[in-house]
Design a protein around this ligand. Sequence first.
Ligand SMILES: Cc1cc2nc3c(=O)[nH]c(=O)nc-3n(C[C@H](O)[C@H](O)[C@H](O)COP(=O)(O)OP(=O)(O)OC[C@H]3O[C@@H](n4cnc5c(N)ncnc54)[C@H](O)[C@@H]3O)c2cc1C
Length: 414
Amino acid sequence: MSSQNNVTVIGGGIIGLACAWELAKDGASVIVVETGGSSYGTSLANAGWISPSHIIPFAAPGMVQTGFKNLIGRTGAFAMTPGAGPLLAPWTLKFARSCTDAHVDHCAPALKELLDTSMDVIEGLTETTDLKRTNQPQWYVYTSDNAEADAEHEVDLVTKYGVDAKQLDLATSLEQEPILKDTVKAVVEFSTDFGLDPGKLVEVYRRNCEAIGVTFRSENVTGMSSTSRNVTVVTTTDSWICDYVVLAAGVWSRELAKSVGENLPIMPAKGQSVTLPGVTNSPSRTLMLADQRIATNPLDWGFRMSTGFALTSPSDMSVNSKATEKLINTARQALHLPEKFEVKNELAGLRPASPDGMPYIGALPKAPRVIAATGHGMLGLMMGPGTGKFVSDLIAGRPVSRDVLKFSPARPRL
Ligand SMILES: Cc1cc2nc3c(=O)[nH]c(=O)nc-3n(C[C@H](O)[C@H](O)[C@H](O)COP(=O)(O)OP(=O)(O)OC[C@H]3O[C@@H](n4cnc5c(N)ncnc54)[C@H](O)[C@@H]3O)c2cc1C
């Protein structure tokens, strides 16, 4: 079955582009509207991790304690700012209530299906385009006095859900990756996880979209109105009618959803990345500095490190150079890095975080022709390709699994 629909995708980040490409391949006539201002901010700033092992939702047992530990310890990895506004209290409460084993058991199969679908698409893209990936499996490295126990706990937790993770021999690991200092006391390998350049993935999707006839409009969408038959999209300069809208505007989806009477509790969770050229002993894989909460990725053009999860406002896009310095200095606890860097390629991004750690993929109950594709939080890059597939299935009316329906925005939100 193919879709002959006219579809407008709001947002040209990774999620919007992945949806646009799948819909166009399906036969739909597709417009992507992208405001351009903060264009691709989050989708470019991220760590570039593709981790099919991440089937446990962010809202999981232990996360509340970890958050408080970070707040009190002032590591800067987790923070709340006054800009987070009135959504902060209900969002945090729902998040805390979701951190149960039952919630993890409910979500894990759905997240697995989404991630597996993404993996198939990414594999196809690496075979058919110039997109490259790291070939060595991802490592988590631990430096605290509790390193051994923490590593063991991580392995126990994820292997319970079928993830292939194991602790490695420390001496061999340090030899294999000379960037690691001997402050590292334990290493866990995730065999399925790898990294790629997020900017390249966005570029490949954009190229593929253009090649298949997707139209790009550089405009700011101010609202939508919806009937049972179509949706009107309103921008600062124009308006038009289409059969469906895909709402993929990242953290700004919340404001746009209000125009059709929906309250999507998406909280901006700010993070920063820095990409350093001249790291001569760059590793051959993605590394998680588990105690420093820093994700790293050896890109072709520099060594990327990212951190931070500050609940904030959708307008908080500034890059904080002090935070970059802190990130680099904190990473030195586990990594040998050069003394000075001339260029730092700093970027900030706002993760669109839902309070239950699951993205919203599906029709909005009050506007069934508006299909939400947002709320992917920390995992939007790796879930984008699968989201595109699911959205095109939903619009073409193809059957989807019961697990995919768990992403429906019709679920209890707060
Ligand atoms: C520091 C950091 C590290 C991360 N690491 C990873 C990682 O390793 N792996 C991973 O999978 N994920 C990671 N993430 C998360 C991932 O980057 C996000 O989940 C993902 O980029 C969200 O994509 P998106 O398309 O929903 O949003 P965005 O990339 O924000 O795109 C939304 C787009 O909509 C546009 N827009 C907004 N409002 C309007 C409007 N009114 N009209 C028109 N256009 C509009 C915006 O300009 C923007 O380009 C990380 C995030 C951060 C910040």
